[in-house]
Structure formats: structure tokens, C-alpha cells
Design a protein around this ligand. Structure first.
Ligand SMILES: [Zn+2]
Length: 191
């Protein structure tokens, strides 16, 4: 969930950026012809300056030209549901996600897909268990790499991937308070 991820080699069609206000800060959304291309926090957020605001309204910040495409309305509905009550995300469609739409998914995309499909709000999974779920129990490091390169934070919930010995790192350890905030928001308070 950073603001500057390289585009996947197969996608060079980023066409629009939008900013969504949220309790964890402004979320930078990029869109491409495939749908939602990336989701990350705007700005260089770290444990030093992370300041969540529970009462922040989830809305497009730059709404001078209201965009009503399906991916944008789905994205807004998804985040409104997530921040109101994470359990509600099952009641709204997940936006079409670029990195999950490739016809032949590589290993990373299969990690993202499996995580998004099988590890819902309030659950956590270890790197090893996620590798095993992909029928590749030796691929723990590759799973870690997929998490570090997740283009679609929160929706592809890399914050739910933890170590067997503890919470594990988020953004290389820069956003531990945010990982804890997201997990607590979902009812996970053991970290
Ligand atoms: Zn794309």
C-alpha cells in the first residue's frame, strides 16, 4: 500500500487518479482500463505521523467532476462499508481489480487472489499457512514478496498476513501502528 508502485508489466494503461478521504488518511486510488489499478495511502505515512480519525467521512476529495463509472462507485461503496463495519464488505461488490484480472495469473497474483477470497475481515493467516493454502508450502518467502508488492492495499488484505510469532511487518515495518489499527478495527486485538 504505497503510492508509488511500478505498474505490472502487463498494464501500462493507468488513466485516472482519485483521492478518497478515510479514517486512516487520504487514500490514493488509480484506475486503468482493467478497473482498480492500485490503492495506497497518499503521502509518506509512517508510525511517526499516522493519525487515524475515526469520524472521517469516506468520500472523494476531488469531486469537482463526479465520476460515476462502476469501478469508482464500487470502490466508494466498498470503503464506506469497510470503515463502517468490516463485516459489511460481504454485502457490497468488490471493485474489479487490475492485478487479479489477468487471464493467466502468476504466483503473486494467485497469492493476492487467495488472500482476498479466503481471509476475510477479523481473520489473520500466517505466511506459511497462506503458502500451504496455495499448495506450495515452501513458498513462504515468495508469499512475503507478494505482500510487499501488493498494489491494492486493504482490499487485498495483506494486513491480515502475520507471523507465527507475532504481528509481522507492514510496509517493511514503517506502518506497524496502521496494521494494528486495521486489525483492531476488524476485531483482532491480540497484537
Ligand atoms: Zn492496471
Amino acid at each position: 500500500m504505497t503510492t508509488k508502485k511500478p505498474l505490472p508489466a502487463s498494464c501500462n494503461s493507468k488513466i485516472q487518479e482519485k483521492i478518497l478521504s478515510s479514517p486512516v488518511g487520504n487514500i490514493l486510488v488509480t484506475l486503468c482500463e482493467e478497473g482498480l489499478h492500485s490503492v495506497g495511502l497518499e503521502g509518506d505515512i509512517s508510525d511517526e505521523n499516522f493519525s487515524p480519525n475515526e469520524s472521517e467521512v469516506i468520500q472523494w476529495v476531488d469531486e469537482d467532476n463526479p465520476a460515476q463509472t462502476k469501478v469508482l462507485t464500487d470502490c466508494l461503496s466498498w470503503f464506506q462499508a469497510y470503515f463502517k463495519d468490516p463485516a459489511l464488505i460481504d454485502t457490497v461488490p468488490r471493485p474489479e481489480i487490475c492485478c487479479l484480472r489477468k487471464s493467466e495469473l502468476g504466483f503473486r497474483a494467485r497469492v493476492w487472489q487467495t488472500l482476498a477470497d479466503t481471509v476475510g475481515p477479523g481473520k489473520v493467516i500466517t505466511y506459511g499457512a497462506l503458502a500451504a493454502r496455495l499448495e506450495n508450502p515452501g513458498a513462504v518467502r515468495a508469499v512475503g514478496s507478494a505482500m510487499r508488492n501488493n498494489p491494492v492495499g486493504i482490499i487485498v488484505p495483506c494486513h491480515r498476513v502475520v507471523r507465527s510469532s507475532g504481528m509481522g511487518l507492514y510496509h517493511g515495518g514503517k506502518r506497524q501502528t496502521m496494521k494494528k489499527w486495521l486489525l483492531r478495527h476488524e476485531g483482532v486485538d491480540k497484537f
